[in-house]
Design a protein around this ligand. Structure first.
Ligand code: Q46
Ligand code: ZN
Ligand code: ZN
Length: 308
């Protein structure tokens, strides 16, 4: 396997692009590839204040590194979820994110669910009896809320997350199997700002997980390799496994699946989206002021409501 650009030994073969590259050309190619789609989808420009959600894992640190390389003005946000029993997963992940930021003189903000709201994710999960063995949907809700609030309060222009193509394809598969129209209506890589919500973008939406991992390793980025203890046997990993099998037989399956879905959205496949946006704009949570479609406390504030 030889690099298509220089003929040296290739370090990665991206079968979906029919492209093999050596270390030097891959490290040049990936940031340019990302930049091309940042521009095409009008995610942000060099004038914007960008908040990058970092987990300490390979994807978010590789993406932060690339945004830095592209000369963009970024700050990071790490959310400590308090998943610290046995493996100290949250605290270790935070150390990797902090080290990355310190080495490059970057600003990393730390939000901490236990410090700010009094309980960790596992504790909230036990008290509310929501997903005690697998608090992932609760965790997702809390992360989305905290990221959005922090980004709005800090008056950033855009919130960036490092969801890669493997994540997006697995989420899409899960939502399609459930015909979950509400989630299918908002799976695009750019969610424009609307009242109470900052613009949210996913620059890695066309980047395979193995490309992000290769980039992190080749750039010698130190990242958290352990997975969250709650991810074991998660549905998302299960769907990723199947998608990888299909990808192996037919290179480009994941990319095609997700891009065709974006085409379907563009053709108006999920009109529920407009109605939902209007409902959200009209109603506010009496506790925190965030938009909600329930007419009462938002889903986040409900978690801490002692009247329930
Ligand atoms: S951190 Fe949270 Fe993930 Fe852990 S509890 Fe589940 S959702 S697996 S990305
Ligand atoms: Zn080369
Ligand atoms: Zn609220």
């Amino acid at each position: 396997m030889r690099c298509r650009k220089c003929g040296k030994k290739a370090v990665i073969n991206m079968r979906q692009h029919r492209l093999s590259l050596c270390k030097q050309h891959f490290l040049e190619w990936l940031p340019n590839h990302i930049l091309r789609f940042i521009k095409k989808y009008e995610m942000f420009s060099e004038h914007d204040r960008i908040l990058v959600a970092v987990s300490g894992g390979k994807d978010s640190l590789a993406l932060w590194d690339i945004l830095l390389k592209l000369g963009l003005h970024t700050e990071g946000l790490y959310i400590n979820l308090g998943i610290n029993a046995e493996t100290a997963y949250s605290n270790h992940s935070m150390d990797f994110a902090q080290k990355f930021a310190d080495q490059r003189n970057l600003k990393l903000h730390i939000a901490d669910i236990k410090r700010d709201y009094g309980e960790s994710i596992p504790e909230i999960s036990i008290r509310t009896r929501r997903g005690r063995d697998k608090p992932c949907s609760l965790c997702g809700l809390i992360k989305r809320y905290m990221m959005n609030r922090f980004a709005l309060n800090g008056q950033y222009d855009v919130l960036v997350t490092a969801h890669n193509l493997d994540d997006e394809a697995a989420i899409l598969l899960a939502n399609t199997l459930d015909w979950s129209l509400e989630f299918l209506a908002r799976g695009e890589p750019v969610l424009p700002s609307k009242p109470g919500f900052l613009k949210k973008v996913k620059p890695f939406f066309r980047t395979y997980e193995r490309e992000a991992a290769a980039y992190a390793i080749l750039r010698n980025i130190e990242y958290m390799r352990d997975e969250c203890p709650f991810s074991i046997d998660s549905k998302q990993l299960y769907y990723k496994k199947y998608l990888n099998e299909w990808e192996e037989k037919q290179p480009g399956t994941k990319l095609r699946f997700y891009l065709k879905y974006l085409n379907a959205i563009a053709q108006g496949a999920f009109p529920a989206r407009q109605e939902l946006a209007q409902q959200l704009a009209q109603q506010r949570c009496p506790q925190c002021g965030q938009p909600t479609n329930t007419g009462s406390l938002c889903a986040f504030c409900k978690l801490f409501d002692t009247n329930i």
